[in-house]
Design a protein around this ligand. Sequence first.
Ligand code: N01
Length: 546
Amino acid sequence: MMSVENNDQHYDVLVVGAGFAGLYLLHRLRAQGMRVKVFEAGDDVGGTWYWNRYPGARCDVESLEYSFSFSEELQQEWKWSERYAGQPEILRYLQHVADRFDLRRDVLFNTRVARARFSPARNEWTVNTEAGEQYRARYCVMATGNLSKASVPDIPGIESFKGRWFHTSAWPKEPVDFTGLRVGVVGTGSTGIQLVPRVAEQARHLYVFQRTANYCIPLRNGPQDAGIERDVKGRYAAVRKQARESPSGVAGFNVPTQSVLEVRPEEREAAFERRWNWGGIGLTRAFNDVLFNEESNRIASEYVKRKMREVVKDPKVADALTPTYPIGTKRLCADTGYFQAFNRDNVTLVDIRRSPIRAMGPHSVETGEATYEVDALIFATGFDAMTGTLLAIDIGVENGPTLRSLWADGPHAYLGLMVAGLPNLFMVTGPGSPSVLSNVVVSIEQHVEWITNCLAHMQERGLDHIEALADAQQTWGDHVNEVAGRSLLAKASSWYTGANIPGKPRGFIPYMGGVGAFRAHCDEVARNGYQGFALSTARQAQGSPA
Ligand code: N01
């Protein structure tokens, strides 16, 4: 046991993570008069935007929408410099939020949580940090993010590599200079696609090790347009409402009403063209069935492949960069000069689908076909998404179930908020909620508000114990699967289904029903007396007479 009784500290709520979710939780809970402690592994706030400092890191939701809506003053006073903010600016924004609302004093930085145990007898959670400190509270909230546990391939010989290697999500704080170096990048998802053009500008030579070619739409970033900013800020409440009620948490996307198949080819081309020229990841929303109908998807896929190929000069490289899966079934990427980078003399695309990486030497990466001399290697290989970070913490009930046992065959959760069997433990944007399929700031605000309203409801009634009911969780899980099953996404091999992590149980994890519908459902659950949750006093929960 790591704990030491004399530094045992008591709170109302313990929160793990100081990114968007943890900061907003702290702000709300404090306003409700609760004693809160937030644990953060980094030495500053920011979560995802603290860790992912790789060159080119940028959000592909527009800045005016990828931001907190809870404070009118905050959203009016903050000025975004670009249409899509880069990592440094989003981190500065979150640092500003922390300062503006005086949040830092309740955050324990450089503190990684190792274990959390619920005691039914005391009706409280005990959290142990890796440093051996122990904290107790009635409730615990995991604000740990959906994409934070890095996935690093286990390549034989990696320990013998003499150069520097990096995972993009643990990027050093001081800038890394690749000038004059031979660099390898493994991975061509959203991260690799942002990184490649930037590293190509510096490196002597860049080898891009690609297992899967992905669809990319040009981001078309630029300085924030002053007129658009004035317009949005002039009607922010309406814009935010539209985002909350929309499928993806973005007001700027119209909700499509037509099938690809019901319009004439010229109209369909014009619709795709508008989205292509507007930029960003809204292209699959030009029609309502791109993600549901194979033929509609094929038409959209062909359009994007044609546009991508127009950029790449070498037809063989263009072939290798052409995706072979249905568009949108893996996360759509947005790029700034990705395909153009392959027209440079110092960039080589290496197809590791055909010939996988077999080993690393002190100065090389070896595939079945060739040896590539490299001085530095960057893994842009993604994350054990949505469940990895939670399962990395040893969470459970004293003499009862653990999260690892409850999720042995894949995640089970009620509304992405709680797991049956783990009382008084909440998650923000957990499995079975729209989370990664949405503008996640909108989803975070929705979950945080639901959780804090629920705790206020309990406090007013003298209740102190809440559990998700197994049958409600099962019914919700069936619904999540049923909605996903109607789409093409559930059939794909992606991190949405756990397919990127060897041995991870397969199943579609997030909720595809849309942010607006999900919010309406969660609100209804609350209005109906927190249907599907058992709210009680601890005594009642233990079966003692109240
Ligand atoms: O990770 P990924 P990511 N050997 O899992 C390859 C968000 N995000 O960090 O597809 C060789 O998407 C893997 O190949 P394959 C966004 O939600 C947003 O890029 O498994 N290759 C793939 O090419 C995004 O989806 C933004 O065959 C291996 C790549 O590595 C999510 O984060 C920016 C491998 C991993 O792609 C994750 O993106 C960045 C192996 N062993 C990220 N293992 C924006 O908002 C994996 N790969 C713009």
